[in-house]
Design a protein around this ligand. Sequence first.
Ligand SMILES: NC(=O)c1ccc[n+]([C@@H]2O[C@H](COP(=O)([O-])OP(=O)(O)OC[C@H]3O[C@@H](n4cnc5c(N)ncnc54)[C@H](O)[C@@H]3O)[C@@H](O)[C@H]2O)c1
Length: 348
Amino acid sequence: MTTLIEPGHVPAGTGGTGVKRIGIIGTGIMGADHARLLTHAVSGAVVGGVFDLDDERARGVAGASGGAEVFTDPYALIADDAIDAVLIASSDATHEEYVLACVAAGKPVLCEKPLAPTVDGCARILDAETAHGSRLITVGFMRRFDPGYTDLKALLATGEIGAPLMLHNVHRNPAAVPGMPSANLITNSAVHELDITRWLFDDEISEVAVHAPRSSGNAGGTRDPQLLVLTTASGVLSDVEIFVNARYGYEVRCELVAETGTATLDAPPPTSVRRSGLHARELPADWRPRFAEAYRLELQDWIDGAGQGATAWDGFAATFVAQACVKALESGERYTVEMPSTPELYRR
Ligand SMILES: NC(=O)c1ccc[n+]([C@@H]2O[C@H](COP(=O)([O-])OP(=O)(O)OC[C@H]3O[C@@H](n4cnc5c(N)ncnc54)[C@H](O)[C@@H]3O)[C@@H](O)[C@H]2O)c1
């Protein structure tokens, strides 16, 4: 990676320099990682301010980001004229209030997924952005920037493997927080595959079913794993195995089946080792190494204002489908997803 902005140097004011000062709300795992990328790997931006309920965490990230200002009030950060745009990486339930405050202040905002955990919360955000009259919100569905997924989308566009029929997705984490609600596998993890299915096929998900086998003995009462079966409006099937206590490592892969060929997105790295009777590839412990390039490209796109990221409408749609999947998990029934039509502001 290239260091384009000297870490340790946050300009006192960026008026006229073109460098954007980013305020980060939430400096846990993701906030700290975004701060690192903005400081060391993305051009045209510096971390200008941070806020976290945990002041010590905020101070640590500010220090590692070249001495960014530590705010004691998140709304003061959002309102500050020296902050050009805001990145929200606090816990899911706090996204709505911060996104709404950014829209009210007319500030561009990159909100980690999910946009909001409830459909009502997402709808309030859509209303606010629509009333503002132009797009300010980007949602952190970073897989849209992952070179593996963009290759799949480009391949489909060539027509070389014909029209898509099925997508088989596997999404596994080594261990989840004990006692995690079963719905969180959908709303927090499989929500990435809900978004990827919509994005890859440029199609809405129109029907969902969720199956769960007996739960793993390591799942601590959570229904884990689960198998989501999604049908798109044009009739493509996308199944998602989500298993958050798989123990052996973090893994995301998929196989696309089309009319005259298939394409497989496997877990990097490309290097494998043969020794002691084994042929092995190392797996990461979590998502950060697997999607490092996707996060970097997502941030660069946002800083450049290139607009390839997921919109608030995409955030709404993912939560809308996720809610139907949660109902399907709880009832064991299939659900038709009656997605409202895309508002004018979000038609590309
Ligand atoms: N795009 C992805 O691949 C991806 C991966 C993991 C997490 N996420 C999302 O990123 C967000 C953060 O996840 P994480 O793994 O970093 O969690 P984390 O628990 O490590 O960090 C969350 C931080 O938010 C802070 N916080 C909680 N309430 C707050 C509030 N009201 N105001 C300000 N700060 C507050 C906490 O103190 C904590 O430091 C979540 O919404 C999560 O769903 C996205």
